[in-house]
Design a protein around this ligand. Sequence first.
Ligand code: ZN
Length: 278
Amino acid sequence: MAVRREASARRPIVSSSQIIILVVVGVVGALLLFVLSGAAASANQASNNRSVVIESDQQATRPSAAPVGVPPSAPAMLPTIEEVITTPTPRPTNARPAGPYVGIVAGHWGNDSGAVCPDGTTEQQTNLEIAKRVAERLRARGVWVDLLQEFDSRLTGFQGDVLVSIHADSCDPIDADPPATGFKVARSQASAIPTVTDKLVDCLRGEYEKSTGMRFHENSITRDMTSYHSFREIDPNTPAAIIETGFLHLDYDMIVKQPERPAEGIANGILCFLKTQL
Ligand SMILES: [Zn+2]
């Protein structure tokens, strides 16, 4: 026991090979820590990315709820590529677009059916089908278009280059002379800018006749048209007109089955008017 103790006392406390082992273990340990902390950071990043996609998906399902004009405040709010492609850019509420700006009201949309035909076709559907096509045609020509409901809140104080409301007449067989077929265009009786608005009416009438081949139905412009509620709601300096595209009974083949033609007439009428205002 004593010899062993003596021999042990003569040996150095830590041999050089033990120092090398300690250094190697230290270096390996440090490397391990570095690798582990890197892995944890990328896992964190991946989880952040997942939350971006989830947030974007939620936004995509309710685009109208997104606050208009509020820029994303943090990188986590950046939209996905899909969102950028599919979400229309909202118009800033306080700024007019640089080009022409037109409001198209799809009559009765969002409120009631309007006239109803025996086959279930409603005036509201007919108006909306035409209105959507008018909007598409104008947008293709660089015009900014808002498609509006009958009592759309955006009508209050609406300031634009044109507002046109699209309606259609009754689906009941009407025994009248002249027969209940044809279209009508009217402006507000109390327009603040009658000369300008008359140009809009003339353009709509001329282009609608050209596109549809329909006749203007004289003598049946009612007070419902000339005192149309939107005329009182919008800014008085916005040229506005209402068009009755035809009678759902006798003009069914044109306005229900071929909405492209009435839409072409209305879009061209609006473009004709915009040219007169350049
Ligand atoms: Zn109507």
